[in-house]
Design a binder for this molecule. Structure first.
Ligand SMILES: Cc1ncc(COP(=O)(O)O)c(C=O)c1O
Length: 352
């Protein structure tokens, strides 16, 4: 757990994930209309086009490839994941790629599209109560039942964080001279990995978290308390972004951030209405269908808070002109996507 984590760890993960049946390098899309609206050059990293429909496949391939390297006796016991869906599908697909048995635990509230995405790659699906504790307990039980299978945590394991960091490696190559990267955050594995890679290559690039309202990450960073309110730390956030409902940053992401000052101190907090508007824009302008969490970084780009942050950075002599926006996933029931789009259209007075 506590081996050095830096650019070289992410590069090592990159050497394992682009294998046949493994990860693809995702494209970067642009839109002159969105760039003009945001007042910056915006670059959209299309992780919803990663295999399994989200960036999670990177971390899963990185972690499962390490299990496979442990030799047939250990790896034959297989892998277990607990997840709101995307990580589960990713570990299922990675296990299939390496020929390992796999069980995935998901909360019973997980959208049907995400449940189907787990089973289509061959994993056994186990439903549990929608609490963090129920997920962890059920995963431990399943690992024991499989004779000691390896648990692949969605965001707290170094190989997973390093795998997610390959987004940062690709971005820095695809968009030279980036000033900032906007990253959706939940347990923080993705943003930590991206920051390790991007800041390892260019310490000046700002890595800015975009969260659903109520997460209070900025307050956590300011006060130095990972869990700002002990009473609510275990509760899931009330947001339409079903993939990013974990309230505190994970312990490993927190520790790495304290040690290396990875995250920008300001966090963009986004409402459900802003996410719905960004989903519509993603569909109408970028011509991409994404899940709610997949649109939150675009909502962050267009938020008043980001405009103010840019003004402060500009007056400090560090302007933000080139911005990458991570579209992290596209796995959603079509009816749910349609419902969000209709709700936004009605609110905007455009009817259905
Ligand atoms: C689509 C999507 N975006 C963002 C995240 C957040 O990732 P992390 O927990 O590494 O912050 C997740 C996590 O499940 C996800 O599925």
């Amino acid at each position: 757990m506590d081996l050095p984590m830096d650019l070289s760890t992410v590069q090592a993960a990159a050497s394992r994930i682009y294998v046949p049946g493994g990860c693809v390098k995702t494209p970067v899309h642009t839109s002159s209309l969105i760039s003009a609206a945001a007042g910056v050059s915006a670059f959209f990293k299309c992780e919803h086009l990663q295999r399994t429909g989200s960036f999670k496949f990177r971390g899963a391939m990185s972690a499962v490839s390490e299990v496979a390297l442990l030799g047939p006796e250990t790896s034959a016991k297989g892998v277990v994941a607990q997840s709101s869906g995307n990580h589960g599908a990713a570990v299922s697909a990675a296990a299939e790629a390496f020929g390992l048995p796999c069980t995935v635990v998901v909360p019973s509230t997980t959208p049907a599209a995400k449940q189907d995405n787990v089973t289509r790659y061959g994993a056994t699906l186990v439903l549990c109560e929608p609490t963090q504790k129920a997920r962890v307990d059920a995963a431990a039980r399943e690992a024991g039942r499989m004779g000691g299978a390896a648990l692949v945590h969605p965001y707290n394991d170094d190989p997973v964080i390093a795998g997610q960091g390959t987004i940062g490696l690709e971005l820095m190559e695809q968009v030279p001279g980036l000033d900032a990267i906007l990253v959706p955050v939940s347990g923080g594995g993705m943003i930590t990995g991206i920051a390790l890679a991007a800041k390892g290559l260019d310490p000046g690039v700002r890595v800015i978290a975009v969260e659903p309202e109520g997460k209070r990450l900025q307050e956590a960073l300011e006060t130095g308390r990972r869990v700002v309110d002990e009473g609510t730390g275990g509760r899931m956030l009330d947001t339409i972004c079903d993939a990013i409902r974990t309230q505190p940053l994970g312990p490993r992401a927190w520790e790495l951030n304290l040690e290396k000052k990875l995250l920008h101190p300001e966090v963009l907090s986004i409402s459900d209405d802003e996410v719905r508007a960004a989903m519509c824009l993603t569909m109408s302008e970028l011509k991409q269908s994404v899940e709610p969490a997949g649109a939150i970084a675009l909502a962050g780009l267009l938020s008043p808070a980001f405009r103010e942050l840019r003004a402060r950075e500009e007056s400090g002599g560090r302007p933000i002109r080139k911005v990458a926006v991570v579209i992290c996933g596209g796995n959603a029931d079509l009816g749910v996507v349609a419902g969000h789009i209709q709700k936004h259209q009605e609110a905007a007075g455009k009817g259905s």
